[in-house]
Design a protein around this ligand. Structure first.
Ligand SMILES: [Mn+2]
Length: 531
């Protein structure tokens, strides 16, 4: 164990030195024209060679241009390896500087993680391994760490640089946080969260699982750190998310009623209109403001923002932030994050779901979440009133554009007649998108007189955010929305036209119409089968 710790330390030193050289000294254009991060350095058992793992920011593994970018980076580093080794020799006092091999860190996280776990288990069964004298001297600081940890746990420095006991090391997370373009923003937010003593946390209105889950996890962890933290809301918590509120939520819209705190932080809010009744609170009740979000159409509104449009959910990004901060994520925080991820990905069905989403979810299992309990609360606890409302909505649903579009709506009268809450119309949009052959689904909700919220979902090839932008809204490729200041009757034809146009435009671009074949005949057939 001692040996792997020292190797880890040398690897860490090498990682630091190469990262610095990449920033300042290495001038090869193959290294300066892109963002290269060193993710890990593995030193062989005898210290004679080291594998340096790098990532090159931008592009995907599959596309050939980015493959060349990566090979370029490897070539550039290999050419500079003499200079790099000399610098390492100067900075770290070791007899022999390892030979360096550079590799692109692609998708081997899990495999490398497992081999590390196995290594640690094997070393564990052996008695102390004999060490070269120089290295033993090199490891002196490690001994200090040993005495501080007490007799039970032999400390292991993990990839993120904090101490784990042996038992915890075996349980180490599958997902490993890496340095990338988000890191400076993560650092800024982390610094703020560490330094403040008090905060208000803002989910968006009509809160969903991601907004509530992200906010609850943050509120819980901040309170555990001894900080004053509360979630401020302006409307009801949906029934199936109430379990997340462990006396965290205060309903407030009046800025004069609340004392000032160090920070107001909004989670899962893509713009300033996502909490209309609490805008003054956000501006006036915090000495500074921050935001963490994952929406593509994010519009800046806080002093500091951490935005990752590739994250499936804000909760996913929150998990990474907690890792970055070295916070202990307990089972309560993990369950809140699970609620966020599982709802924002439509149970891992939406295209925002990535390998990372699954790795992080796997880690939430490691932390002990009770998925059976959570899934019953989240998905199997509907009120009969909700079903009555859905029946009313579905009875008015229309299919248009030859079965490629669907539309449904709900009015204030319908809520009242069914005895249902506003949040109980959630899920309709996905349901009417799930019809076979439907590409675009529109769900319209009367919020008040002359204010209609229009939600769009698409399945495959239509970018619904583009449609919404025309009406002053926005969102993601497959999920977007806008607000129309008209009556329901007026809104319906306007939106149907916009959808029709988007589909027509797509067909024209893809020559489906010009070739004289009906657009997607299967779609039409699909609808007929259903009826
Ligand atoms: Mn979200």
């Amino acid at each position: 164990m001692a040996q792997s710790y020292r190797k880890g330390r040398l690897g860490g030193e090498i990682k630091k030195i190469i990262s610095e050289l990449l920033l300042k000294e290495l001038k090869d254009p193959r290294l300066t024209d892109k963002m290269i991060s060193v993710t890990d350095v593995e030193v062989s058992a005898d210290g004679s060679y080291a594998t340096v793992y790098i990532t090159v920011l931008g592009g995907s593994v599959r596309d050939d241009a980015s493959r060349n970018e990566k090979q370029d980076a490897i070539d550039g580093l290999t050419k500079a390896s003499g200079f790099i080794r000399k610098t390492i020799g100067r900075r770290v006092k070791i007899r022999h500087v390892p030979e360096l091999t550079f590799k692109v860190d692609e998708s081997l996280e899990y495999g490398r993680h497992m081999s590390k776990v196995l290594d640690s288990l094997q070393t564990d069964t052996k008695e102390e391994v004999a060490e070269p004298a120089q290295e033993a001297a090199d490891s002196a600081p490690a001994d200090v760490d040993y005495s501080e940890t007490g007799e039970d746990g032999v400390p292991v420095k993990d990839a993120r640089g904090y101490d784990l006991t042996e038992e915890e090391a075996v349980q180490e997370f599958v997902y490993r946080l890496r340095e990338d373009g988000r890191t400076p923003y993560m650092e800024k937010i982390a610094e703020i969260l560490r330094s403040v003593d008090s905060m208000y946390i803002f989910p968006h209105y009509v809160a969903d699982g991601d907004a509530m889950g992200s906010c609850a996890s943050l509120c819980h962890l901040m309170r555990q750190m001894g900080k004053e933290a509360d979630i401020l809301m302006e409307d009801e918590i949906p029934d199936n998310l109430q379990f997340l509120d462990k006396e965290y939520v205060t309903f407030a819209t009046d800025a004069d009623e609340l004392p000032q705190r160090d920070l107001c932080i909004a989670l899962d809010c893509s713009n300033f209109d996502r909490f209309p009744e609490r805008q003054r609170l956000f501006r006036e009740c915090g000495r500074q403001t921050a935001c963490i979000d994952h929406h593509k159409a994010f519009v800046e509104f806080a002093d500091v923002s951490l935005i990752d449009p590739d994250a499936s959910a804000t909760a996913e990004l929150m998990f990474e932030l907690y890792l970055y901060m070295g916070l202990r994520i307990d089972v309560e925080a993990a369950e809140a994050l699970y609620a966020g991820i599982v709802t924002d990905t439509g149970n891992f069905q939406y295209t925002n779901t990535t390998k990372k989403t699954h790795l992080i979810t796997a880690d939430l299992y490691t932390l002990g979440i009770d998925t059976k309990k959570l899934n019953i609360i989240l998905y199997q606890s509907d009120r009969p009133q909700k079903l009555k409302l859905h029946a009313m909505i579905m009875s008015h649903m229309r299919i248009f554009c030859d079965g490629r579009a669907s539309l449904a709506y709900v009015t204030l009268d319908m809520y009242q007649e069914a005895g249902a809450k506003t949040s109980e119309s959630d899920g309709i949009n996905a349901k009417i998108r799930d019809i076979k052959g439907v590409e675009v689904a529109v769900f319209m909700r009367e919020k008040k007189d002359h204010e209609i919220k229009v939600g769009f979902r698409s399945k495959d090839y239509i970018d619904v955010a583009e449609i919404c932008v025309k009406f002053g809204g926005g969102g993601h490729e497959h999920a977007a929305g806008c607000t129309m200041e008209m009556t329901m009757e007026e809104t319906i034809p306007v939106i149907m036209n916009a959808v029709e146009e988007a589909l027509k435009e797509y067909d024209e671009q893809h020559m489906l119409v010009e070739e004289g074949t009906p657009a997607l005949p299967a779609a039409e057939a699909g609808i007929q089968e259903e009826s």
